[in-house]
Write a protein that binds this ligand. Structure first.
Ligand SMILES: [Zn+2]
Length: 211
């Protein structure tokens, strides 16, 4: 990962493991810091991507920095001796920007320098693929009841016919998603699926795993 990719994902303060000397796979006894970034990443001397971390004065090459895995602390429910009172201890959880599933505890990586939420879809097992597609120039939407109208409109603008996809639900004909295109090349996305269009105009669906 280069400096600009790193900065796009990880704000200053992101928890990291840093190896000033050797990476642990090269020398397990060399210094390993469990710390946080204290600067943005930058390109040093026009050739090496580096970042500064707390607890070490010099910069460290990004090849020697691993972003720490997100912790996930379960809620703890304690019952009082009276048998009635209940104390619940929770750690605030981060939801995926795409599908909304909880990814783990909130920490410094979740808010950027302007107070905005970072994009953590690359951490999500379901949405990770979409981040990669967007990098390749695809446009993608996580289809919901709320945005089906605007996705339909985007398809229209690209000259593709789209309409609601209807199915019987509990004996009633109901819109359950969006149909895009006609004939062989048509795709159907249900609410909770990703629908995406490639730079050359072909549509694809990344379907949620049926629960
Ligand atoms: Zn997701």
């Amino acid at each position: 990962m280069n400096a600009s990719e790193f900065n796009a994902r990880y704000p200053v303060g992101t928890p990291v493991y840093a190896y000033p000397g050797c990476r642990p796979e090269d020398d397990p006894n060399d210094e390993q810091l469990v710390t946080q970034t204290r600067s943005k990443a930058e390109v040093l001397g026009g050739h090496t991507d580096v970042v500064w971390v707390h607890g070490h004065s010099a910069c460290i090459a990004l090849s020697h920095v691993d972003v720490a895995p997100r912790t996930n602390t379960p809620d703890v429910v304690a019952h009082g001796e009276d048998g009635v009172s209940v104390t619940r201890t929770i750690k605030l959880k981060r939801a995926c920007n795409g599908c909304g599933q909880a990814l783990g505890d909130v920490d410094n990586r979740d808010v950027d320098a302007h107070g905005n939420l970072t994009d953590v879809r690359h951490e999500c097992p379901f949405c990770r693929l979409v981040v990669e597609l967007e990098r390749q120039g695809w446009r993608a939407w996580f289809l919901t009841e709320r945005n089906i109208g605007s996705v339909d409109h985007e398809a229209d603008k690209l000259g593709v016919y789209a309409k609601g996809y209807w199915q019987q639900v509990d004996g009633k004909l109901t819109v359950v998603g969006l149909r895009v295109g006609t004939g062989e090349s048509r795709v159907v996305a249900r609410f909770g699926d990703w629908i995406a269009v490639s730079p050359n105009g072909s549509w694809a669906v990344h379907a949620a795993v049926a629960s």
